[in-house]
Design a protein around this ligand. Structure first.
Ligand SMILES: C[S@@+](CC[C@H](N)C(=O)[O-])C[C@H]1O[C@@H](n2cnc3c(N)ncnc32)[C@H](O)[C@@H]1O
Length: 456
């Protein structure tokens, strides 16, 4: 892939731009393999059972362009001539003069995205929305966030500093929707998001619905996952489809044969809108998902209801790091969460302390009486736990709890092989059975890794 913005130094987001794609894939695979080298297993015989070496699957390739389903565009310029893209990366953020570059034609975006961007730009001009100027701290419209579904429907969110221009935006929305419907990319969700603070974040806490029913359906492998404005969704739809499909297949394969693990209960921790949960939900399986974002949980519950699965695929808002600490209720209101930043860092009101670790009693936990405060989906110990945390990994509390638990299979999907390796080091009772790199983020050095761990 070749990019004029990269070549001109206007955008440096794609660090590997210009590196042939086959080489990017080889590098990503080698990098992850290197990070996990201490955990790769040789063939061995344990208690008379022959255990094969770690099965390292060929990396899953992405399309090298046109793969992104989501755009977070900084709005600069003027209402008459808005630019949708990024702030000039060559200036220090603290002393930025507000210059931005228009990246509507960025080659990473899925076909159809630019049609949405162009219609949004026309709306900004018609409504007279003033782009926020980071240098002068004036103006209202900070960012536009667009998500495009595989069915060519979209969600458009306008991130505003205040409600000063909300009425003008509200009055413009029907025209925008009319244009997008005529162009074949109907906007099924339009919202305003408020970000009053002068901070380099893509969005704020408050979401104001302007049109639509607040859910966009992302259809992957025939499963219509509902997405609401503030819920996380994997940005590369095709690669996410392959990731979820492999996860389901690996669990099916691990549950069959001589050493097969009967899989009746699955936990999907850090579940987002339930991508893993719905792919792993079988006829005779219960799945429980836990996630810190209430919007994502509401979306996952809407999917369960729409698919007629609400009786056996359930979700709760809560801190996944404490999910296996059966001795204590995982009450969301005992923790005060900050927002996840782009880097994936969360600011927690409370860090996991030695005290919370000592209250975790996982050796006996899976057999303990179910906590009546918990719903059916997680009243009993799971056979499989899926974890898909942000870049910081699952951390000490959850990895130590998993290590001491009776859980037979763990599927760990990670976007950071370094923290994955750190977490695996705290779980020596698990054998790394299978691994695969998924190129979720072509043109960058980042990749997603799925590993299947089986208790020795
Ligand atoms: C990489 S995303 C994965 C989401 C989902 N598994 C998917 O496939 O789309 C990580 C998710 O973890 C959530 N999260 C972050 N910290 C959490 C915590 N302590 N407990 C539960 N969920 C958390 C985020 O809100 C986000 O939805």
């Amino acid at each position: 892939m070749q990019c004029p913005h990269f070549d001109a130094g206007r955008c440096r987001s794609c660090a590997l731009m210009g590196v042939p794609y086959a080489e990017q894939l080889t590098r990503a695979d080698a990098e992850v393999r290197g990070q996990l080298s201490a955990h790769l297993r040789q063939a061995e015989t344990v208690g008379g059972d022959a255990l094969p070496e770690t099965r390292w699957e060929a990396p899953f390739a992405s399309a090298e362009s046109g793969f992104r389903n989501k755009a977070k565009l900084v709005v600069t310029g003027t209402a008459a001539a808005p630019r949708l893209g990024i702030l000039d990366p060559n200036q220090h953020p603290k002393h930025h003069d507000g210059t931005g570059h228009d990246l509507r034609d960025c080659g990473l975006y899925a076909p159809g995205m630019q049609t949405v961007f162009d219609a949004v730009a026309r709306s900004i001009s018609r409504a007279g929305l003033t782009p926020y100027h980071v240098g002068a701290r004036t103006g209202e419209l900070k960012n536009v966030i667009v998500t495009l579904s595989p069915d060519a429907e979209c969600m458009v969110r306008f991130v505003l500093r205040s409600t000063a221009e909300l009425d003008a935006l509200r009055a413009e929305v029907p025209t925008l929707r009319g244009e997008l419907a005529a162009a074949g990319v109907p906007a099924v969700v339009v919202t305003a998001n408020l970000l009053p603070a002068h901070v380099a974040l893509p969005e704020g806490e408050q979401e104001i619905p302007l049109a639509g029913d607040r859910t966009l359906t992302m259809r992957l492998n025939g499963i219509g996952l509902r997405l609401r404005p503030q819920g996380f969704f994997q940005t590369n739809t095709a690669v996410a489809s392959a990731l979820y499909a492999d996860a389901a297949q690996w669990v099916d394969e691990a549950s069959s044969g001589e050493h097969g693990v009967a899989v009746r209960r699955v936990w999907d921790l850090y579940c987002g809108v339930g991508g893993f949960a719905f792919h792993l939900a079988g006829e005779d399986r219960e799945v429980w998902g836990q996630e810190v974002s209430a919007e994502a949980v509401a979306a996952a519950q809407a999917t369960a209801a729409a698919l007629g699965l609400a009786h056996r695929v359930t979700f709760d808002v809560g801190d996944a790091t404490a999910a296996l600490s059966f001795g204590k209720p995982s009450s969301p209101d005992t923790l005060s969460f900050g927002k996840e930043s782009d880097s994936g860092a969360l600011s927690f009101g409370k860090e996991s302390s030695p005290d919370t670790l000592s209250r975790t009693t996982p050796q006996t936990a899976p057999d303990e009486a179910p906590d009546p405060r918990r719903g059916d989906g997680h009243a009993q110990a799971p056979d499989v736990v899926v974890v898909n945390p942000p870049r910081r990994g699952i951390g000490a509390e959850l990895s130590v709890a998993l290590e001491a638990s009776g859980v037979r299979l763990v599927l760990y999907s990670s976007c950071n092989a370094k923290t994955l390796a750190q977490d695996l080091a705290r779980m020596p009772s698990y054998r790394l059975e299978r691994a695969r790199v998924f190129d979720m983020f072509p043109q960058t050095a980042h990749a997603e890794t799925l590993v299947l761990l089986r208790r020795r």
